[in-house]
Design a protein around this ligand. Structure first.
Ligand SMILES: [Zn+2]
Length: 114
């Protein structure tokens, strides 16, 4: 075992769990996928209103939000759309931006995100 970078007084990496940041993210992703597949069930998609197999969707909690975002249920298609939109814009759709965005983000959204 090599000691972590730095001295004992100022250790480098986190010594609690010894897991690196990317590994930690991977593990979180893995757990999320398991949870999503494990909780999939037949239901009504929040987005399109169709009766489909729906999957759990929770968007990222924003710094200005006090509560954790609510769980939403989307069909596979809308789940992908929501995830893609959130990854590109940070919001699920315009309504989401309207509800949750800061003034600056709303302004940016209104100018058009292309
Ligand atoms: Zn749908």
């Amino acid at each position: 075992m090599q000691p972590p970078l730095g001295s004992l007084v100022h250790p480098g990496d986190c010594t609690c769990c010894g897991i690196s940041w990317p590994d930690h993210q991977l593990e979180l992703d893995r757990q999320e996928v398991l949870l999503r597949l494990g909780t999939a069930h037949e239901g009504v998609c929040k987005q399109c209103g169709q009766k489909r197999i729906v999957f759990r969707y929770v968007r990222e909690q924003q710094p200005w939000e006090q509560d954790e975002p609510p769980v939403m249920w989307f069909c596979a298609r809308d789940w992908s759309i929501a995830r893609e939109s959130e990854e590109t814009t940070g919001f699920l759709d315009f309504n989401d931006l309207f509800d949750r965005g800061s003034d600056e983000q709303l302004e940016a959204g209104l100018r058009g995100t292309r």
